[in-house]
Design a binder for this molecule. Structure first.
Ligand SMILES: NC(=O)c1ccc[n+]([C@@H]2O[C@H](COP(=O)([O-])OP(=O)(O)OC[C@H]3O[C@@H](n4cnc5c(N)ncnc54)[C@H](OP(=O)(O)O)[C@@H]3O)[C@@H](O)[C@H]2O)c1
Length: 269
């Protein structure tokens, strides 16, 4: 008979995140908020990051409602200085950082024939540049302090698939985010740091609310998306939380550099 390890005796201990400390960028968004509530309810201490003080106050109140412990910082990781200030605020508040969740992101669709370079760049900056700055600031701290941190990025099925809707910026940014995930995982594996991404298809958020509206373009886009999703519905941020918890807890200690498709089966067909 093999040895029954403590983990096999108590499998749910693999998902323990109590007393860990997480930074969540884009905490005011649908995915960021859901992560904040999930981790907050499980006892992770949270540093909620966003450019909107009012939205942060709402999420903070909700985290407290589920018994969580959190602080907020109104700042976006637009530069290395911003990212280091966010990191230092987390360290001053809680003394360590275990998890980094990049939940910030943005899209501006437009066909390349009509699109301004500035709009393309704004999407790239929101979806990759901030992640790179945060990875640099927090990763340096993890390496220096021998902390086996966990980084979670938000990708999309659009990192792998094109789209007919004017997505040269968004798809390119998510493809870049997937590459960043793999490179960081490769470089940081030696330190025990894991880096993974969740790649959803459409879930309801400020970014996609228009697909739930009566707007004819929204309806047509919704119909087209649904026709490709075997499970027959669009997602909600909550649908992503099982995977988020897996990737942020010890359960995923041997998983790194992966793009996890939580997409109702979109990429299967
Ligand atoms: N919803 C979907 O269907 C879907 C599908 C696939 C992937 N994703 C990805 O999931 C992630 C989360 O998106 P979501 O759907 O939760 O969207 P969301 O509700 O719009 O939240 C996005 C967050 O990003 C921040 N943000 C917006 N523009 C930004 C910019 N230019 N620079 C830095 N931060 C910015 C916003 O925070 P503040 O404005 O408060 O700073 C907001 O809280 C994104 O990376 C998105 O691309 C979403």
């Amino acid at each position: 008979m093999g040895n029954i390890t403590p983990t096999l005796r108590d499998p749910l201990s693999m998902f323990q995140v109590k007393d860990k400390v997480a930074i969540i960028t884009g905490a005011s968004g649908a995915f960021g908020r859901a992560c904040a509530l999930t981790l907050g309810a499980l006892g992770t201490k949270l540093v909620l990051v966003s450019g909107s003080e009012a939205e942060l106050a709402n999420v903070l109140a909700e985290v407290k409602e589920v018994g969580g412990d959190a602080v907020t910082i109104k700042r976006r990781p637009d530069s290395l200085e911003d990212a280091e200030a966010i990191r230092d605020f987390a360290l001053e508040t809680y003394g360590r950082i275990d998890q980094l969740v990049i939940a910030s992101g943005y899209n501006k669709a437009g066909f390349i024939q009509d699109m301004d370079y500035e709009d393309w760049q704004a999407v790239m900056d929101a979806n990759i540049r901030g992640a790179w700055f945060m990875a640099k600031a927090v990763g340096s701290y993890w390496i220096e302090n021998k902390i086996k941190g966990k980084m979670l990025l938000m990708s999309s099925v659009r990192g792998r698939h094109g789209n007919v809707s004017g997505y040269t910026a968004y798809c390119t940014s998510k493809g870049g985010s997937d590459a960043l995930t793999r490179v960081l995982a490769t470089e940081w594996g030696q330190y025990g740091i894991t880096v993974n991404s969740i790649a959803p298809t459409v879930f309801r958020s400020k970014l996609t609310e228009w697909m739930w509206s009566d707007d004819p373009v929204g309806q047509a886009t919704r119909k087209r998306s649904l026709s490709r999703i075997p499970l027959g519905r669009l997602g909600e941020a909550e649908d992503l939380m099982g995977m988020a918890l897996y990737l942020l807890s010890p359960a995923s200690d041997f998983c790194t550099g992966q793009i996890m498709y939580v997409d109702g089966g979109f990429t299967a067909g």
